[in-house]
Design a protein around this ligand. Structure first.
Ligand code: GLN
Length: 384
């Protein structure tokens, strides 16, 4: 059916999410899934049992708009232990329908028409359209693919009196870079005495390798007082389809974010919040992630060691970039399509992480997959 209405699209340069597009193609070619940042293994049975018990115990209606109290309280303790800042569960922590909803609510609440928002490309696909929907101007700063380091001089030069927000993402999807002390120092200096909000996407906080430390904005009082920090429960507990995440921010920022959150979803799924609350108080459940995923990164790296791909170092997240431009002239979209059709492997062309396209010569591989999938994917890619 097609309506006879005239519709002016609010997102003229956006189509269906690349994640949905690749899902359809991957299903058609029965491809090994190295594309999506979603695990293909189950969460702990105890978590599933807890969710079932919560449903049987009657936790099936809306939770508090701000989230289940026991979960918010457990998160206060966790963040205080890990990052040294005590967020008030009543006024500074909000449980959301995934990290993406937290990002949407934060930008919608705090960015106005005419504002400018700085973020870093390649970028996760949610930031730019949400900025645009507010009538604000997206200001992408390029992360050079040969160095994979943020050039903070370029950021400083991009700041204007209209800059309302800087969006950072550490560990970073899709490059796997993580912020270090010099990045924190530069961000602190650039935002000092300004009215700039920092939106920190830290959904991969526990997925960090090579002995590196996660530098959460929550750790640094000067940054914390101007930051909204977004975390994911789905990524930490292998339940990305449960759609639960949370954001923490000073009370005045939180109260604005909640004004949007309450009209978007009102509350995140209640029984799933109840189930996860128990896990949050058991540090082992997230402490083991770093070793678990480091091993998976290494299995994929090993499986590709005799391939023609050049892998970039990944210090965190579920992802590693692989370059192919030294042996193929295809653009990355056609190259990823070739891998699907001819090799039966789904990957993501890096150009989709750019608002205006880009010639990258790289694909993103996801290693949050069972070991057999990683080995099989590596084997197929090595026949190229
Ligand atoms: N964040 C994940 C990724 O980057 C999944 C996104 C999605 O499937 N919508 O792959």
């Amino acid at each position: 059916m097609k309506s006879s209405l005239s519709i002016e699209t609010k997102l003229p340069t956006h189509g269906v999410s690349v994640f949905s597009q690749i899902a359809a193609l991957a299903a058609r070619y029965n491809a090994v899934n190295l594309w999506q940042g979603a695990p293909n293994y189950s969460p702990d049975q105890t978590l599933i049992d807890s969710a079932t018990e919560a449903m049987k115990a009657g936790f099936n209606q809306y939770s508090a708009m701000t989230g289940v109290a026991t979960l918010r309280e457990a998160l206060t303790e966790k963040i205080a232990t890990l990052y040294g800042t005590r967020y008030d569960p009543e006024t500074e922590i909000t449980i959301t329908a995934g990290g993406s909803e937290a990002i949407y609510a934060t930008i919608a609440a705090l960015v106005k028409q005419g504002d400018e928002v700085i973020f870093f490309e390649p970028a996760f696909e949610v930031y730019e359209p949400v900025v645009r929907l507010q009538g604000a101007k997206p200001v992408p700063i390029q992360i050079p693919l040969d160095r994979l380091k943020i050039d903070w001089n370029e950021v400083a030069a991009a700041v204007t009196p209209r800059t309302r927000m800087i969006i950072v993402n550490t560990p970073h999807n899709p490059t796997g870079i993580v912020m270090e002390d010099e990045d924190i120092a530069a961000l602190t200096a650039i935002t000092r005495d300004s009215n700039i909000i920092v939106l920190a996407d830290e959904v991969y906080e526990h997925v960090i390798f090579d002995g590196m430390e996660h530098r959460s904005m929550c750790r640094y009082p000067e940054l914390a007082e101007r930051s909204v920090v977004v975390f994911s429960l789905g990524k930490t507990y292998h339940v990305t389809g449960w759609r639960i995440g949370y954001c923490v921010a000073p009370a005045d920022l939180t109260s604005e974010i909640r004004k949007i959150h309450q009209y978007l979803v009102f509350s995140a799924p209640t029984p799933l919040q109840v189930a996860v609350a128990k896990e949050v108080s058991r540090p082992e459940s997230y402490q083991r992630l770093r070793g678990f995923y480091e091993q998976k990164r290494d299995i994929l790296t090993q499986a590709l060691s005799t391939s023609r791909f050049k892998l970039r170092p990944s210090h965190g997240s579920f992802f590693v970039l692989a370059s192919f431009d030294h042996f193929s002239d295809l653009n990355d979209f056609d190259f990823a399509k070739q891998l699907l059709v001819e090799k039966g492997v789904g990957t993501i062309p890096l150009s989709v992480f750019y608002g205006h396209g880009a010639e990258t010569g790289m694909i993103r591989l996801s290693f949050c997959k069972d070991d057999e999938t990683l080995r099989e994917g590596g084997r197929r890619l090595s026949t190229l």
